[in-house]
Design a protein. Sequence first.
Length: 220
Amino acid sequence: MTDTPATITSVTSQYATQVAQDLELNTKEQERIGAELSTLQAQLRILQDDQNVLHSIHKTLSSRPASAPSTPKPSTPLPQQASGTNTTTRRAPSKTAAKTPAPSKTAAKAPSAKKTTVQAKKDKAQAAESKAATASAQPTLMVLIRTYLDQQKGPRSAAEVTSALAGAHPQRTIKSTVVRTTLEYLVAKSQAHRSKQGASVFYASVAVQAPAEKAPAPVI
């Protein structure tokens, strides 16, 4: 039996619909994995910063010389003078001591320069440690997005979320593509709600969206 044009068109339409659905699922899965990858990369950067700080502190502590107790140097006793020696013989050690050269200024400044270098390394390590602690204390982008959505009374677009977070955290680099991917990840994890208004996509917190969905329909 020969297939009619209508049958062929129907089968083609079914295949096209199935392929479109598979393509949409594939895109969502890529976005989910991309969001997880962004989160893991942020955590990796924090760990790398901590590692650099620990290396710096370890290097500074290893370069500091161990303080050993100073042992007084025994003074060399002067030879006893035989009785009956004249005044010139007794003054000989004094002349020898007078000829001993004084320590140079460079030698006197060496301990001070070394102390300054050690202190500079210590200050640098402390500054790096403080910087890393500040970076690790910052919340992740996912936490910032969830907190922002929880504070809103209605849905927000990805552009609005990006603009709000960039204004509230100018010290961070917040890109709209990463924000959109993170929002889609929250939707996939049922931690955010997505809705469409025409061609625009909006996102809302689950806690905010749930009461609106459960509200009873008005009685006409």
